[in-house]
Design a protein around this ligand. Structure first.
Ligand SMILES: [Zn+2]
Ligand SMILES: [Zn+2]
Length: 107
């Protein structure tokens, strides 16, 4: 159980994705595209119903993936890299709603 991001391959399109369990202890299995987004890209991703996350890199601590809540965005002083949910070209547009979740991620 860790919110440390790992680089894995998407099981559907085999693109490299950042996976992490975000929001311990009841983590959400996140697959994010490992591409830093600008404000416009992030806005577009969120309009598409994808969540965005902060990739917090620290020279001494392990990297962490953090859910970007409205208050975090509103704070406006974020220096993290911003990534968004993986948009799977192999799936439908409503990826998280229609694709099966691995059984071990449900509980
Ligand atoms: Zn941040
Ligand atoms: Zn994919």
């Amino acid at each position: 159980m860790s919110d440390r991001p790992r680089l894995r391959r998407c099981p559907w399109c085999h693109a490299p994705v950042l996976t992490a369990l975000v929001g311990n202890p009841c983590g959400l299995n996140v697959r994010a595209d490992p591409v830093p987004l600008g404000l416009a890209d992030e806005l577009r991703a969120r309009l598409e119903g994808r969540f965005s996350y902060c990739l917090r890199l620290h020279p001494y601590l392990p990297p962490r993936l953090i859910r970007r809540g409205p208050e975090h965005i509103a704070a406006g002083r974020c220096t993290h890299l911003v990534v968004a949910d993986h948009q799977c070209p192999a799936g439908t547009s409503a990826v998280s709603a229609t694709q099966p979740i691995e059984p071990d991620s449900l509980f």
